[in-house]
Write a protein that binds this ligand. Structure first.
Ligand SMILES: [Zn+2]
Length: 377
């Protein structure tokens, strides 16, 4: 581990001066394509390099955000860890109760395509966790000790972010793998018990009894596309199949919770007399031959449309990466409620998929929001 120290004494979090008893470690990744530490850690100590925008976090900021450390690249490309708060300082990293129990660090993301970079920061992060576990006498394999931000959300102690799973999973790695790596680094320490799957709002991530069923409606048994023990797999199936939902064994609709179709977002076209799919595609997408995208998005099986029909428009009709948006949806793409303070803020689109957008971090929340649930500003 290449551990350095540059405490964020100018950040309001440091000035708040609260202490915690460290009971665990929360692993974050930044959600922004910039692997260089100087983006977040400053001023330049000769190794970091100069942040030309001077937007590092060691200053009063307009957002209440601060973590205990960062892992990323020095100016010369070397991987390093910077401690940025005393480890037992109360950080502002989780957006939930984990701030009172967990120390934290961010791993600086790159474009998420470079496996050698992930391996290097993964190793650095595991070494940091092994060091912290020894320091605070923590068992890395004990349930809830080392958790990713997304696991904190599943436990109800952190905001709804997907880090660092969205990155680790690209290279076939999980937080379970990470915990095992930390344990291995610590030698014989650790009890060896397997971490339990994290619960998710009354619906466990993995069922021991029964199944999560993917259907159009609970009553329509024939529409069932599959039955899953693992909730994430059921959700994935639904994400791939418009018009389907995840149901619990008692018939409760779990996901997605509601349709976020809103005409005020300007992402719906109401069909007028004389419209055709070709004409609509030409108007919004600049090319009539792209009409199959509208068909697909709306689940149309024929080219016939009728006046008054509401058609969702493909994302490329109105959004691109980098656009600033406000959230109009009441729920994230995962179905969870979006808090008011998140809706008040302006977010930057950092990734677009067929029916959802990723709003980035640090300028946003690093969460997926339904496509219909954002409004370009
Ligand atoms: Zn996070």
């Amino acid at each position: 581990m290449n551990l350095n120290k540059l405490i964020f004494t100018e950040n309001a979090c440091y000035k708040a001066g609260q202490k915690i008893k460290v009971q665990g470690i929360m692993v974050h990744s930044t959600g922004a394509n910039n692997p260089y530490l100087k983006r977040y850690v400053g001023p330049d100590d000769g190794k970091l390099g100069k942040n030309q925008y001077n937007n590092h976090w060691n200053q009063p900021m307009d957002r209440q955000v601060c973590v205990h450390g960062f892992i990323g690249k020095l100016q010369d490309g070397t991987i390093a860890t910077y401690q940025t708060l005393p480890w037992d300082h109360r950080g502002w990293h989780a957006g939930g109760a984990a701030n009172n129990t967990h120390t934290s660090f961010e791993i600086c993301e790159d474009g998420l395509n470079d496996e050698s970079y992930l391996k290097a920061v993964w190793k650095e992060a595991a070494e940091l966790c092994a060091y912290l576990c020894k320091l605070y006498k923590l068992d890395p394999m004990k349930d809830g000790v080392i958790i990713g931000h997304y696991e904190g959300h599943q436990r109800g102690i952190a905001s709804n972010h997907g880090d660092p799973r969205h990155w680790f999973s690209r290279f076939g790695k999980s937080m379970d793998d990470f915990r095992r790596e930390v344990k291995a680094l610590m030698g014989t320490a650790g009890s060896g018990e397997k971490p339990k799957p994290a619960p998710s709002e009354g619906h466990p991530a993995k069922l021991t009894e029964g199944y999560y069923r993917v259907r159009k409606s609970w009553a329509d048994k024939k529409s069932q596309l599959g039955a899953y023990k693992v909730l994430a797999n059921a959700k994935k199936k639904v994400d791939e199949n418009k018009g389907y939902f995840v149901f619990a064994e008692n018939g409760t609709k779990i996901y997605p919770k509601e349709e976020n179709v809103s005409s005020e977002t300007g992402q719906i076209h109401i069909v007028k007399s004389g419209d055709s799919l070709w004409k609509i595609a030409k108007t919004y997408l600049g090319d009539g031959s792209r009409y199959p995208e509208i068909k697909l998005l709306n689940g149309l099986t024929s080219n016939i449309i009728y006046a008054g029909q509401k058609l969702r428009l493909p994302v490329s009709a109105y959004l691109k990466v980098g656009d600033k948006v406000k959230i109009t949806a009441s729920r994230y793409a995962t179905g969870e409620t979006i808090p008011g303070w998140v809706k008040e803020r302006t977010h930057t689109v950092s990734q677009i998929e067929k029916d959802k957008v990723l709003l980035g971090w640090p300028d946003g929340i690093a969460s997926w929001v339904p496509l219909d649930g954002v409004k370009k500003i």
